[in-house]
Write a protein that binds this ligand. Sequence first.
Ligand SMILES: Cc1cc2nc3c(=O)[nH]c(=O)nc-3n(C[C@H](O)[C@H](O)[C@H](O)COP(=O)(O)OP(=O)(O)OC[C@H]3O[C@@H](n4cnc5c(N)ncnc54)[C@H](O)[C@@H]3O)c2cc1C
Length: 273
Amino acid sequence: MREVKNIHTRRHIMKEVKPRVFLVGETRIIPEGMQSYLEHIGAPHWDSNAQSDAEKLTEFYGKLCYKSFAIGLNPNIRKVRESNKEYIDHVIEVGHGSVMEHAVINFAFADVSRVFTHELVRHRAGVAISQESLRFVRLTDLGFWAPTIIRESPEAMEIMGRAFEHLEGLQYKLAELFHIDEMRDFGVKKVLTSAFRRIAPIGLATAIGWSGNIRAIRHVLEMRTDPAAEEEIRIVFGQVGRLMQERYPNLFRDYTVTDVGGHPHFCTAHRKV
Ligand SMILES: Cc1cc2nc3c(=O)[nH]c(=O)nc-3n(C[C@H](O)[C@H](O)[C@H](O)COP(=O)(O)OP(=O)(O)OC[C@H]3O[C@@H](n4cnc5c(N)ncnc54)[C@H](O)[C@@H]3O)c2cc1C
């Protein structure tokens, strides 16, 4: 359910929403395929104590590089790291980051602004993006998340509320002017919806689907929970970081998390892995 709160300013009602993170997918291993490969190279007994497929895949691809699934497979190797935790710690320590590009995690970010999405899409490496189309989706019910500095001032909230209500009203006026609700031609509706959005506030709540490989997520997590980053993106990636540490502990355990101004800052000694 969308978390919506109506903020009554002196004359207006503004729907305040909170940015939300939904973890909607992750890469899965095909056990019989992996087993066939292991038999093919003579390591049929290899397994991992990883708690997730993402962690197991990372170990699998790392061990594929050096044929280090078991002692004796590669005569150059005398020792193999048995635990997934120990193995991934080593990957991170030596900076063998490319093995963390195989597993992809899928998110849906809801009730985030176009301010947020504009910042997010600057991250290009290792990600996939599907953004709610404001050419197709008409703006009828604008949600808004207020940054703390605005929320703390009733006068600022009043100004923001008035601006939002005014701009929302203009969307309705334009829709009426063109009789868009009576129209059947979806092509024309699309042209009109696209034209109307030009006067929508960039703070309006929207949605974006975002997938990233583990290496990319680690990079963005660190950059976007930094205290210098914008509050909204810090909130979103703070949630991303918590979800990642819970579900893929070995891939995110090197981060120390400190509270800076009420939001978590994820920091690691192994930047740029
Ligand atoms: C606090 C903050 C303030 C910012 N202010 C501004 C601003 O005022 N104006 C502005 O325009 N942007 C701003 N940005 C955005 C910033 O410049 C980056 O565009 C954005 O953070 C994406 O990060 P990235 O370049 O690491 O890209 P990602 O796509 O996340 O790439 C990850 C890494 O891959 C490598 N990489 C990716 N693409 C290439 C490539 N084409 N060639 C070589 N190596 C590549 C780099 O090592 C890069 O760090 C800001 C970001 C932050 C966090």
